[in-house]
Design a protein around this ligand. Structure first.
Ligand code: AMP
Ligand code: ZN
Length: 176
């Protein structure tokens, strides 16, 4: 009886896995047909199952998986399933969905990984440190004393700008 139950359980699990796999393939195939997948991109290849990925979230438009070089334990990347190169390229509504998932992941880090703080980071362009040209945000779980030097760097800014200086840059920034 127990054997029968275990076999049944494993068939159920297997069919759930197959269903998930089928859904993932359907989503990726749709993107491929629409030319919204880039087979040269490592993140597109991870989504396609051609490269290994440790996923914690997947839906029709967004996925989240573990960063292979974690800055902190639990460091997660949240990406659109569609290939966009950076923040200038991604559709605003998709970026909003990415941020919704970043919020879900942040809460999981606080509830399940003992994080008491979160950094959400993004880089566009080489000067900003972007290395993978498929839009993504980093969700970094933080704990008091984890010390990656972030705060020291962020709070080390000593230059206080004058109002004129700020206005001049603001004018240039918003000129038409
Ligand atoms: P960025 O420098 O902002 O473009 O971030 C790219 C991130 O992708 C880095 O943190 C890498 O550690 C991560 N990364 C690169 N290759 C993989 C991979 N195969 N699986 C998971 N994360 C990766
Ligand atoms: Zn891609």
């Amino acid at each position: 009886m127990l054997t029968f139950y275990l076999v049944l359980l494993s068939i159920t699990n297997q069919s759930q896995v197959n269903q998930k796999d089928f859904k993932r393939k359907k989503i990726i195939n749709r993107l491929k047909n629409q030319g919204r997948h880039n087979s040269d991109c490592i993140f597109c290849r991870i989504l396609d199952g051609l490269e290994e990925g440790t996923f914690i979230y997947r839906d029709d438009n967004v996925s989240a998986f573990m960063d292979i070089h974690p800055l902190f334990e639990g460091h997660t990347l949240v990406i659109p399933n569609e290939h966009f190169k950076d923040v200038t390229d991604v559709k605003p509504e998709i970026m909003a969905e990415v941020m919704k998932v970043a919020q879900i992941v942040s809460k999981l880090m606080i509830d399940n990984l003992g994080a008491d703080g979160i950094n959400i980071m993004h880089s566009t362009g080489r000067s900003a440190g972007q290395t993978i040209y498929h839009f993504h945000v980093h969700v970094l779980p933080r704990r008091i004393g984890d010390d990656a030097g972030f705060e020291r760097w962020w709070f080390s800014r000593s230059h206080k700008a004058s109002r004129d200086e700020l206005q001049e840059v603001a004018n240039r920034l918003t000129q038409r």
